[in-house]
Design a protein around this ligand. Structure first.
Ligand code: HEM
Length: 321
């Protein structure tokens, strides 16, 4: 699948393996209950691939890509009789100290490009086409921060699966054949308390994340009293197999408003893997030993979607239209 020549033609819509980018927009919308709104949304989703080409062809080196994810409730309106096995609304988590809220969202558009203006142009035309058929509930413009660091100063994304591990971790396979090639997408918008983080000594920050800050070396914390973020987010099943997800987190912020954030986005073949990561982060492993990253990072949204493969998206919206 990664034999594609990204520089010759625009990137197909729904390409989860599209290259990581310097800029991204995360757009979450809801679709009002009227049938006319649904029909409009279907017709725009049916033309998503053309829109990527329309904007993407203007600078192929901009590597514009867009993935649309569909939430549980909207999916039920489109195809109540056939749903990806694990698709359900984001389950809120109540930890002893930190909570993860569940927030609304019928559609997610994950727009990536090397150029912020291409992301902007794509979003502008997309929203223009959707008109009153959607209500925007969240819109975040993210940027690559130096050597892929989050605003806490750590390199974010290193342990992502690559090569053949990427589809094996991020794309549904034969276990749910009708939805093969699609992916479960979980998003959470986090805001950081950077003042508190700055007052935390670097060695403690490194213990919390599980990697060194400057040179990004993994820290072995098998015998440490508290597990790091990296270890809590490592999922190993009863047979000893590790289950990864594909992350494309992006920093965002407005220093003038003291707003500093990380937009978390995780693509997974099995939704339970991302859910288990969240359980371990919020409830802790053992329970109580939660992820101390949460002492400095608060989630303001939490939504689950399913991004169907391009051909399935076409069939889905044509049938509903
Ligand atoms: C404030 C939000 C977050 C920040 C700033 C953050 C940052 C980081 C950093 C710096 C690393 C180490 C480097 C790397 O491998 O990428 C990491 C690893 C990881 N994070 Fe996060 N993360 C956040 C939220 C999450 C959430 C919500 C999940 C899952 C639901 C998650 C899953 C992972 C995974 C799977 C790894 C790799 C673990 C391994 O080494 O195998 N992260 N994260």
């Amino acid at each position: 699948m990664s034999e594609k020549n990204w520089d010759r033609v625009p990137i197909d819509a729904q390409s989860i393996d599209a290259p990581l980018s310097l800029a991204a927009i995360f757009l979450v919308v809801t679709v009002p209950s009227e049938q006319t709104a649904l029909a409009k949304v279907c017709s725009v989703l049916g033309e998503l691939d053309d829109l990527v080409k329309t904007v993407g062809f203007r600078d192929l080196s901009g590597h514009l890509s867009c993935i649309a994810g569909i939430g549980h409730d909207l999916w039920n309106r489109l195809r109540p009789d056939a749903r990806p096995k694990e698709l359900k609304p984001f389950a809120a988590i109540k930890g002893a100290v930190h909570d993860a809220p569940s927030t609304s969202g019928d559609l997610l558009f994950h727009i990536r490009s090397e150029r912020p203006d291409m992301c902007f142009e794509f979003e502008r035309i997309l929203l223009d086409s959707l008109g009153t058929a959607v209500t925007v509930v969240d819109e975040v413009s993210g940027f690559r921060y130096f050597d892929a660091r989050d605003l806490l100063g750590f390199v974010d994304g290193t342990a992502n699966p690559t090569g053949l591990d990427l589809p094996a971790s991020a794309l549904v396979g034969d276990e749910d054949a009708a939805f093969a090639g699609g992916s479960y997408v979980v998003v959470q918008k986090y805001l950081h308390d950077l003042n508190a983080w700055k007052q935390t000594p670097t060695h403690l920050q490194e213990e919390i994340i599980g990697r060194t800050k400057i040179d990004n070396i993994e820290i072995d914390d098998d015998d440490a009293p508290r597990k790091s973020h990296k270890s809590l987010a490592t999922i190993v099943d009863a047979d000893g197999n590790e289950h990864d997800i594909l992350r494309d987190n992006m920093p965002f912020g407005r220093p003038g408003r003291q707003e500093f954030g990380t937009y978390f986005i995780g693509y997974s073949r099995y939704l339970w893997v991302t859910e288990k990561m969240l359980q371990r982060m919020y409830v802790g492993e053992p329970p109580g030993a939660y992820d101390r990253l949460l002492d400095f990072s608060t989630p303001h949204t939490g939504t689950t979607f399913f991004a169907p493969a391009r051909t399935l998206l076409q069939t889905l919206v044509q049938a509903a239209d």
